[in-house]
Design a protein around this ligand. Structure first.
Ligand code: CDM
Ligand code: ATP
Length: 304
C-alpha cells in the first residue's frame, strides 16, 4: 500500500465549553464535550521516492510550511526515525478543504489528526492511539480528541478524554463569514475563567433526562467574548436562536443548533436560503446541516 485516498477529517462541535481556570503557562483549563459531525475535509496521501513531505494543493492563507498537516507529518517522520533508526519515505499530501478556518470546527486539528493516523498506517509505524494523541497535542489542543475518535467529555486543555453517550441529532451550522483567531478570545480581559467544575454525570444526566440534545448543557464561556469582538457571530446566534437553542462552537465563529430530525434541519435551511435570496441574511454567511457521528469515519478504514 503506497496511497490512501479520500481520508476524511471531520469537524467537531463543542456542545458546551466551560473555562474553569488558567495554567501557569497561560493555557486555559477547560471542560467541554466534543461531538464529531459528518462534514469533513478530505486528504489524499501518496508515498514518494525521496523523503520530502509536500502539500500538493494550495490552501489560501496557509503557507505550506505552517500547515498543520505538514508539521504533523514531519513530527511523525522524525518520531519513526527516532524509534527505528530509519527515516520513512516522503509523502505528497493533497487536501480538499470544506471546513472554514477560524470557525471553531477544529478543521486544522482534524486535518493534522487524519494525517497522523493515515501515515501511521502507510508507514506501518505501529504507534498506539495514546502515543499518536500525545504526539499531536503540542500541535493543537483538539488533535488528541480527533484521534480518540468518539464523542467525548474533555478536561485539562482538552486532552483528558472520556467517552460519553449523547443522544443522536442533526445540526444546522451557520458560518457567519468571519474568522475568529482562538488566541484573541483566550487573551481577552472580558473572558471569565472561574466557571465551577462539573462532573461528567452532570453532563450526561442532562441529556438522559430530556432524551435529546435540543436544549444544550451549560454554556460556552468563549461566546460572550467572541460576540463582543465579532458582531456577525452575535447576529448568527440571534438568527439561529429563533429556531432553537443556538450556541457557538469552540472559540467561534460558527454557531449551531440541534434538531431531532433531518426534516427539521432542512426546514431551517430552507428558511436560511430564502432569507439569503432576499438579502435578509448577509451574502457572506453559509448555512448547512450535518449529522452527529458516533465514531471517526477513518477508524473504519484504519483501526488503531
Ligand atoms: C477552543 C477549542 O477549539 C476547544 O475545542 C480549542 O481548545 C482550541 O484549540 P486550537 O484552535 O487547536 O488552539 P491552539 O492552537 O492549541 O491554541 C491557540 C491559542 O489559544 C490559546 N489557548 C488554547 C487552548 C487552551 N486550552 N487555552 C488557551 O489559552 C493559547 O493562547 C494558544 O496559543
Ligand atoms: N490544514 C489547516 N487547515 C486549517 N487551518 C490551518 C491548517 N494548518 C494551519 N492552519 C492555521 O490554523 C488556524 C486555525 O484553523 P482551524 O480551522 O483549525 O480553526 P478553528 O476551526 O477555529 O479551530 P478550533 O476549533 O480548534 O479553534 C488557521 O487560521 C490557519 O492559520
Amino acid at each position: 500500500m503506497d496511497t490512501l485516498k479520500n481520508c476524511p477529517a471531520p469537524a467537531k462541535l463543542n456542545l458546551f465549553l466551560h473555562v474553569t481556570g488558567r495554567r501557569a503557562d497561560g493555557y486555559h483549563l477547560l471542560q467541554t464535550a466534543f461531538q464529531l459531525i459528518d462534514r469533513a475535509d478530505t486528504l489524499d496521501f501518496t508515498l514518494r521516492e525521496d523523503d520530502a513531505i509536500r502539500r500538493v494543493t494550495a490552501v489560501p492563507g496557509v503557507p505550506e510550511e505552517g500547515d498543520l498537516i505538514i508539521r504533523a507529518a514531519r513530527l511523525l517522520q522524525q518520531e519513526v526515525l527516532r524509534r527505528t533508526g530509519a527515516l520513512p519515505p516522503g509523502v505528497d499530501i493533497a487536501i480538499h478543504k470544506l471546513l472554514p478556518m477560524g470557525g471553531g470546527l477544529g478543521g486544522g486539528s482534524s486535518d493534522a489528526a487524519t494525517t497522523l493516523m493515515a501515515l501511521n498506517a502507510l508507514w506501518k509505524a505501529g504507534l498506539s492511539k495514546d502515543e499518536l494523541m500525545a504526539l499531536g497535542l503540542p500541535l493543537g489542543a483538539d488533535i488528541p480528541f480527533f484521534i480518540f475518535g468518539a464523542t467525548a467529555f474533555a478536561e485539562g486543555v482538552g486532552e483528558a478524554l472520556q467517552p460519553v453517550a449523547v443522544p443522536d441529532a442533526w445540526y444546522v451550522v451557520i458560518e457567519p463569514g468571519v474568522q475568529v483567531p482562538t488566541a484573541s478570545i483566550f487573551t481577552s480581559d472580558h473572558l471569565t475563567r472561574n466557571t465551577p467544575a462539573v462532573i461528567m454525570a452532570d453532563f450526561s444526566g442532562h441529556y438522559a433526562e430530556q432524551g435529546s440534545t435540543l436544549r444544550q448543557f451549560g454554556k460556552n464561556d468563549l461566546q460572550q467574548v467572541a460576540t463582543r469582538l465579532f458582531p456577525p457571530v452575535a447576529q448568527a446566534v440571534e438568527w439561529l436562536g429563533a429556531y432553537g437553542d443556538a450556541r457557538m462552537t469552540g472559540s467561534g465563529a460558527c454557531v449551531f443548533c440541534a434538531f431531532h430530525s433531518e426534516e427539521q434541519a432542512d426546514a431551517v435551511l430552507e428558511s436560511f436560503n430564502a432569507q439569503a435570496l432576499s438579502a435578509t441574511v448577509p451574502s457572506t454567511w453559509k448555512g448547512w446541516k450535518a449529522k452527529a457521528l458516533q465514531e471517526h469515519p477513518l477508524g473504519v478504514v484504519i483501526p488503531l
